[in-house]
Write a protein that binds this ligand. Structure first.
Ligand code: IPM
Ligand code: MG
Length: 352
């Protein structure tokens, strides 16, 4: 299922579809595509950011590839029907609790990073973000009127043991296939919900004796990510901390325009989307970087369709295109060729 969404969403999804069609031909995958609205586009058409019929179609799909949601046009809406709610609803309703956000530095882009080359060369971090719980979904929530006549905003940071344990397992399993290091990020010096988080992670680590488990407070983790990012292998954390830290990690790699993500449930179905947003300021100009979405399509092939060969072919093709010196505006540096969204997508297809 394709959900292009808003802003640059339709442009980058179009490039990812071209790439998927190319691997489909090459590896005889027999992919079938369907397309629906989400976010502001769905609000305009149906009055809600995710129609129930769309959600039901997504439930029956093997995987969902999403562009991005949101934009200034819908910023004034009540928070219950903002475009972002469509995305939060689909994550929650499909039970996609495990969000994988790899931050990998392509060697060709080392100079696009905001950090010195030696700090980021070879960077390969995986952020495992809990995606259907924590303060994003905790009840009660809202804005209430106090007796004093003043309004008060409130949210609830909650995690049950099973929610912590299942995301912890995702992190440990991933670490087993990597460098066997998990850093669990919390705020256990202040928040009880994360005292429990730390306890559950510690207990879980007994099942993974080969994996080294480390705990870090979120403020320190934010600092360490920009001080010495290569100390990390897998980072596991809650919904809000993961949202913030994954944007930080993205920038280390040169551009958030390069970062894919996978959101997985317990049965292998998943939602795949770039980490970046809808970038309404550059929408419609064909200057957006489609690579994060193309790499998300590769993750889709790997995790939901078990087509690792096709996934690798896409990832290799992206490397080739970067080797050729082709760059969208966000990763452009002197001496490279600046190309459009469509040209970059075409180049990936050609490299395949
Ligand atoms: C992300 C985004 C979303 C989030 C928004 C658009 C709701 O920032 O995927 O990181 O906060 O999860
Ligand atoms: Mg975010």
């Amino acid at each position: 299922m394709l959900l292009p969404g808003d802003g640059i969403g339709p442009e980058i999804i179009a490039e990812a579809v071209k790439v998927l069609e190319a691997v489909d031909k090459k590896f005889k995958l027999r992919l079938k595509f369907d397309e629906e609205l989400i976010g502001g586009a769905a609000i305009d058409a149906h009055g809600v950011p995710l129609a129930n019929a769309t959600l039901e179609k997504c439930r029956t799909a093997d995987a969902v590839l999403m562009g991005s949601v949101g934009g200034p046009k819908w910023d004034g809406l009540d928070s219950s029907i903002r475009p972002e709610k469509g995305l939060l609803k689909i994550r929650y309703e499909l039970g996609l609790f495990g969000n994988l956000r790899p931050a990998i530095l392509y060697p060709q882009l080392a100079d696009a990073s905001s950090l010195k080359r030696e700090l980021v060369a070879g960077l390969d971090i995986l952020i495992v973000r809990e995606l259907t719980g924590g303060i994003y979904f905790g009840e009660p929530r809202g804005i209430r009127l106090l007796e004093s006549g003043e309004r008060q905003g409130y949210n609830t940071y909650v995690y049950a043991e099973h929610e912590i344990e299942r995301i912890g397992r995702v992190a440990f399993e991933m670490a087993m296939k990597r460098n066997k290091k998990v850093c669990s990020v919390d705020k256990a010096n202040v928040l009880e919900a994360t005292v429990l988080w730390r306890e559950v992670m510690q207990a879980l680590s007994k099942d993974y004796p080969d994996v080294e488990l480390l705990h870090m407070y979120v403020d320190n983790a934010a600092m360490q990510l920009v001080r010495a990012p290569k100390q990390f292998d897998v980072i596991v954390t809650g919904n809000m901390f993961g949202d913030i830290l994954s944007d930080t990690a993205a920038m280390l790699t040169g551009s958030i325009g390069m970062l894919p993500s996978a959101s997985l449930g317990k049965d292998g179905r998943g939602l795949y989307e770039p980490v970046h947003g809808s970038a309404p300021d550059i929408a419609g100009q064909s200057i957006a970087n489609p690579l994060a979405t193309i790499l998300s399509a590769a993750m889709l092939l790997r995790y939901s369709l078990s087509e690792a060969r096709a996934a690798q072919a896409i990832e290799k093709a992206v490397g080739k295109v970067l080797d050729q010196g082709l760059r969208s505006a966000d990763i452009y540096s002197e001496g490279m060729s600046k190309v459009s969204t469509v040209e970059l997508g075409d180049a990936v297809v050609a490299a395949l």
